[in-house]
Design a protein around this ligand. Structure first.
Ligand code: NGQ
Ligand code: ZN
Length: 489
């Protein structure tokens, strides 16, 4: 055994900070019983002190990596932007759009589709690697890639049908982030079963082709690569196909993600064609349990909210994207009071920061309710800690990886947690004069300085003193790719 011993003044355990803990890392994992109280200086001296505040890496439970390269290019009214030429902006038929003047989720989606149509495997590799570097520097150590950009723009498979998936795997390996890859099933253009539009064609699979892709990717699993499945949405997957894929997956234990009830248009269509609201319909037609992650789930009745909470599924919340796209506000208080589990995702990557996701998760509630400290309670008074602990737990569940905690496995049969941790910058003015009880709140709510100084993934330091080990090369390659994609317009 080649054990490395670290030591920190404050280490975040699932219920808060604990003082003077040693963390023993062996082969990328935390040793059972490793988080020992340092009682003697002799024990302390043998370990490397890594900082004052050490917390687990945050899982990012929802990402479409390619969208990083168009962040900021859909903020012009009427979709006229640098990358998408005006004539392409005009030709899209946009559901839910009442006039050329009114932008919405659906008009954003057309801009996104036009951009997606230009991205090939090498482009995706370069974009995702840059994104994953940014994630690591912000404190995410695992990312769930909800991946549906499978084929060539005309819908024909690449010579290797897994080419785009492999590009993501390679990008994650290069950056050093853990990846939960969720190859996504996408079959129809709406609840009525209509065929995919021209721009959606490269997303499509039949069930057999899809299951072949999943099987192939599963053979590549490792401590930093987990494979699950995703159904793009109830709009995109007919009921019989959903059933076939879920039956094929029974007993495999991987995570199952789905976009659901993000926009009112989807709720209305689902009511019209299936006589039920989306979350209600899913809970009635699938065994939704802890393996599931329902992404967004913005529009739910109180009954749906409580039923989802009771299922053990994770609500995958992406507050900055949901704000950017004008989705609505998740019923967070009702859901948490019912014991619901949440996690956070950066989704469209309009922002890549767990701090901003958690901050806006709470701020959305404050704006809507005109109260403060909405998620905190008398037993758990720190808003930042409630959000942070909740997102670690739900993010780990949705990733289906043993991460999000720095205490040893609860019992001998549990998988040892992967050694993913962040060292906060205790020299930052943001933490000056803060005691342990206010450190997380000060990190989440105060200012815009990045406090993530060092980042370890699976026992390896990938960020040191705010710098990623390969950031210059990866950023230079990204620049070249995005400049070329822009010129292609
Ligand atoms: C996506 N993104 O698949 O990238 C979706 C938009 C859709 C978000 N919903 C497309 N944030 O839902 O049809
Ligand atoms: Zn999404």
């Amino acid at each position: 055994m080649n054990v490395t011993q670290y030591f920190a003044d404050q280490v975040w355990l699932p219920r808060g900070f604990a003082s003077n803990l040693r963390i023993d890392v062996d082969d990328g994992r935390l040793l059972p019983g490793a988080s020992l109280d340092i009682e003697t200086n002799a024990v302390r001296d043998a370990a490397e002190r890594i900082g004052r505040y050490v917390v687990p890496g945050m899982p990012n439970l929802h990402s479409h990596a390619f969208q990083r390269a168009m962040a900021g290019l859909a903020e012009h009214r009427g979709q006229v932007c640098a990358i998408i030429p005006h004539r392409e902006n005009q030709k899209a038929a946009v559901p839910g759009r009442t006039s050329q003047q009114e932008d919405s989720f659906w008009s954003w989606r057309e801009v996104m589709y036009a951009f997606a149509g230009r991205v090939g495997p090498d482009d995706l590799h370069a974009i995702a690697a840059q994104l994953y570097v940014e994630m690591l520097k912000a404190g995410y150590t695992q990312v769930c890639e909800f991946h549906y950009l499978h084929h060539r723009p005309d819908g024909k498979p690449y010579d290797d049908p897994a080419a785009m998936s492999l590009a993501l795997i390679e990008a994650a390996r290069e950056a050093g982030i853990g990846l939960t890859l969720l190859p996504t099933l996408y079959m129809t253009g709406g609840f009525d079963g209509r065929a995919l539009s021209e721009r959606q064609r490269r997303f499509g699979h039949d069930v057999d082709g899809y299951l072949r892709l999943v099987e192939r990717l599963r053979t590549l699993e490792s401590p930093t690569l987990r494979v699950g499945i995703a159904l793009h949405s109830l709009r995109a997957v007919p009921e019989d196909a959903m059933r076939a894929v879920l039956d094929a997956d029974v007993g495999r234990g991987g995570p199952i993600h789905i976009h659901i009830a993000e926009q009112l248009g989807e709720v209305q269509d689902c009511l019209a064609l299936r006589n039920a609201r989306p979350v209600e319909w899913l809970l009635d037609h699938a065994d939704v349990d802890r393996r599931w992650c329902l992404v967004h789930a913005t529009h739910m009745t109180d009954v749906e909210t409580r039923r989802l909470a009771a299922s053990g599924a994770v609500a995958g919340l992406c507050p900055t994207t949901e704000a950017n796209l004008g989705d609505g506000v998740f019923p967070l208080k009702t859901y948490l009071d019912a014991g619901g589990v949440i996690g956070i995702g950066s989704d469209s990557h309009i922002s890549v920061s767990p701090v901003e996701e958690l901050r806006w998760l709470e701020y959305g509630q404050r704006l809507a309710t005109r109260h403060r400290n909405v998620v905190a309670s008398s037993q758990a008074p720190s808003t930042g800690e409630v959000l942070f602990a909740g997102a670690l737990r739900g993010g780990a569940r949705a990733s289906a990886v043993a991460i999000g905690r720095l205490d040893a496995a609860a019992n001998a049969t549990d998988e040892a947690p992967r050694a993913d941790l962040l060292v906060l910058d205790d020299a930052s003015p943001s933490l000056a004069g803060r005691d342990v009880a206010h450190a997380i709140d000060s990190w989440i709510f105060a200012g815009n300085m990045n406090l993530v100084r060092n980042v370890m993934v699976a026992g390896n330091w990938v960020v040191r003193d705010f710098r990623h080990r390969d950031e210059e090369r990866i950023a230079a390659r990204y620049r070249g790719v995005v400049e070329r994609l822009a010129r292609a317009g």
